[in-house]
Ligand binder design. Structure first.
Ligand code: MRU
Length: 339
């Protein structure tokens, strides 16, 4: 496989490496990944994360295993193990399906170029969303975003953050309110890191401050990513996205979701059918990262910790996909069923 380099994954001289996102922003540590067990562990612990990127990571690993001589039957078993690593992000399933179809049609020899194509395509899709989305951003806009949707979550410039970066490059000088994104702090740790690298003016807020900012007229638009978009336009994204959509509607703030076609699941009729990952109680009882580990809740405190929530289509102003910006009318007419 050719060398491939992104912000948080790279394939160089026959070896695959992942930037450990659990340790960001304080430590930038690249971890080698040469087995399914390692990749599954990295995905489950969110050391590699973001819907598009986990699909790319799993594909590069499968191609690498094929180059190491794993036979087709073994590769199929490893592919199914990788598919099960996280249940909500459909990009993972889509990438595995494309790798398996290539395996059936071309044998193991086709897997490297398929993984390279998936990587290069993701870079291209990000560019298209960024260009389309940036047209919607006004000069000096105050943008609110949730979780992390940038170069740490994709092979390219990202989805919602890609739009923000493109607006900045066009000289629009946006300001971004960064939701910290409890429980795993993807906003506080990762989006802040990306905003600084992009030189975008930003302010970190607790998740529960968004309503007050909207009431004060300090938010012009909300931009978020997605882990799976159902055929009717409902979509799953990091928990907390749904409440943002509700308060945005109340305050008449436009609310856009930004995602590539690889995040659309045309076979999933609506949000109720999206599987939602449930995660460990310890993530809510405390926090851990490069700064150490702390538990503040009494031991054995019962916890409910769904990683994602579902935002109904009727709260969405527009879907910024790589193929265009879709309004509720187009989505209602079935645009996502034929993507
Ligand atoms: O649990 P995570 O950090 O993988 O969740 C990520 C998100 O919710 C992102 O918004 C989504 O994957 C889109 S990223 C381009």
């Amino acid at each position: 496989m050719k060398d491939l380099v992104a912000t948080s994954i790279k394939y160089q001289q026959g070896s695959l490496y992942v930037l450990d996102q659990h340790q960001l922003p304080h430590q930038e540590q690249w971890l080698p990944c040469d087995s399914t067990d390692t990749m599954i562990s990295l995905i489950k612990k969110l050391q590699i994360r973001g819907a598009p990127l986990i699909g790319i990571g799993a594909s590069l690993l499968l191609a690498h295993l094929a180059e190491q001589g794993l036979n087709p039957d073994e590769l199929k078993i490893q592919a199914e193990r990788l598919r099960a690593a996280r249940p909500t992000a459909v990009n993972l399933m889509n990438c595995i399906d494309r790798m398996l179809a290539t395996l059936d049609n071309q044998g193991t020899a086709g897997l490297s170029s398929c993984a390279e194509q998936l990587f290069d395509e993701d870079v291209e899709l990000c560019q298209r969303m960024a260009a389309l989305g940036a047209e919607l951003i006004a000069d000096g806009a105050n943008i609110l975003t949730h979780c992390n949707t940038g170069s740490l979550a994709t092979a390219g410039v990202g989805t919602a953050i890609g739009v923000i970066g493109a607006a900045q490059q066009q000289g629009k000088q946006p300001h971004v309110w960064v939701d910290e994104t409890r429980p795993l702090l993807q906003g506080g740790r990762l989006t802040t890191w990306e905003m600084a690298r992009l030189n975008v003016s930003h302010t970190l807020i607790c998740d529960n401050m968004a309503a007050t900012l909207m009431a004060q007229g300090k938010v012009d638009v909300v931009l978020v990513g997605a882990d799976r978009i159902a055929a009717n336009g409902d979509f799953a994204n990091k928990v907390g996205t749904y409440s943002l959509a509700v308060i945005a509607r109340h305050h008449k703030v436009p609310f856009y979701v930004v995602a590539p076609y690889t995040t659309v699941d045309s076979n999933c009729p609506n949000g109720e059918a999206i599987p939602i990952e449930q995660r460990s109680a310890t993530e809510v009882q405390g926090v851990s990262g490069s700064f150490g580990e702390i538990n503040w809740a009494p031991e054995n405190t019962p916890v409910y910790n769904p990683a994602f929530d579902v935002t109904p289509a009727d709260l969405v102003t527009g879907w910024i996909l790589d193929t265009g910006v879709y309004d509720p009318e187009k989505i209602g007419a079935g645009a996502l069923k034929t993507l």
